[in-house]
Write a protein that binds this ligand. Sequence first.
Ligand code: AMP
Ligand code: GLY
Length: 428
Amino acid sequence: MKILVIGSGGREHALVWKLRQSPRVRKIYCAPGNAGIGELAELVPLVPDAIEGLLRFAITKKIDLTVVGPEVSLSLGIVDQFNAHGLRIFGPVQQAAQLEVSKAFAKQLMQEQGVPTAAFATFTDPTAARNYVDQIGAPIVVKADGLAAGKGVLICHTLQEAHQAIDDIMRAHAFGTAGDRVVIEEFLEGEEASFLAFTDGTTVLPLASAQDHKRIFDNDQGPNTGGMGAYSPAPVVTLALVDRIVNEIMLPTIQGLKRRGITYKGILYAGLMIRDASVKVIEFNARFGDPECQPLMVRLQSDLVEVIDATIDERLAGVSLTWNPDPAICVVLTAGGYPGHYETGQPIAGLDTLRQWQSGMVFHAGTAKSDGQIVTKGGRVLGVTATGKDVSAAIATAYHAVAKISWPGMHYRRDIGQRAIGRSDTSE
Ligand code: AMP
Ligand code: GLY
């Protein structure tokens, strides 16, 4: 079969790499892809929001299956469009993707379904929003309702910061129309985990657990990023918790959508805050997480095409997933300055020495080929992903590979996975 993967991050490189292992796959196209993906798939110069172009491409090339990476394509209704033309595509329809696209929609649905989440209120009027934070007090979290590339969430430690956040989002339109409405919510403490599941609208089939590292610097310091590293499994998500998360969070959520006449098919990703026995939803995403997808794909042993097919055909009840029991970690290498301003076009040294690497994969994100040389092209540049017999071994292997790669300004966190070691030690 011929597959089209949409996107250009480490997530999409991991998906292409995994899909290629299916005996059913003959050819993969990726739009727009990156330098690493270009070694496994034919790159197509179409960006994820060029829905018309992607549709025409899929029709012309007789694509059998399209796999959507980023939320922007979903938010624009790519799945509805492809379905309307009889094309198979993996991801939720536009209305279902509202779970990620509108935080107010997600909160409302959670409230209706009794899904545990931070207490909240929604505002379209900045003065009312200010009055509300005065009443609740700090710390408090101010969120732009719409998509803001992971930047629309402001954790406010003082009332003054909260007022500033409301003004920035609602009056100065820092995130454009995404901030016409804000969700203001209770500040949650605990440990975060990423819980991803395949769902066909009825059945929820969890992936292995994972944990992201959102802040730019070690020890969770500095601004939030798209994700600086991830590992799987996340020891904080115990087996008992998995059951509770499926029954108290994932199932009620897709059932709430069903009640509104919406069938959610694809990956449902719950960002969770866990504290002792309490598990609350921070947010939903309608797609694979990045970088979480990288360690997850490295650990997944089942044929991804089979699982995707079962999701689209609503046959997930009969499917189970098999995983490599060895943990995997991914260390993200970024351009200096990210998540703020950064340079691109820096030549990356050392990739050749890792071509035959047996213990992991160097997934590309913001890379391009220029005059035969691989250069940086984005903030997150590479995801060095390795497995090991235990977390410490996976960490050592990944960082050993990281040490071989360099470019001017390269930055990475040195503490990816450390929390998992702490957990495994105390649970033994
Ligand atoms: P989101 O884009 O909603 O995932 O938010 C980005 C990050 O902000 C999350 O991963 C958390 O680290 C943090 N965050 C969001 N909402 C809350 C909350 N209610 N309490 C504490 N931290 C939060
Ligand atoms: N790693 C967080 C995300 O994909 O949203």
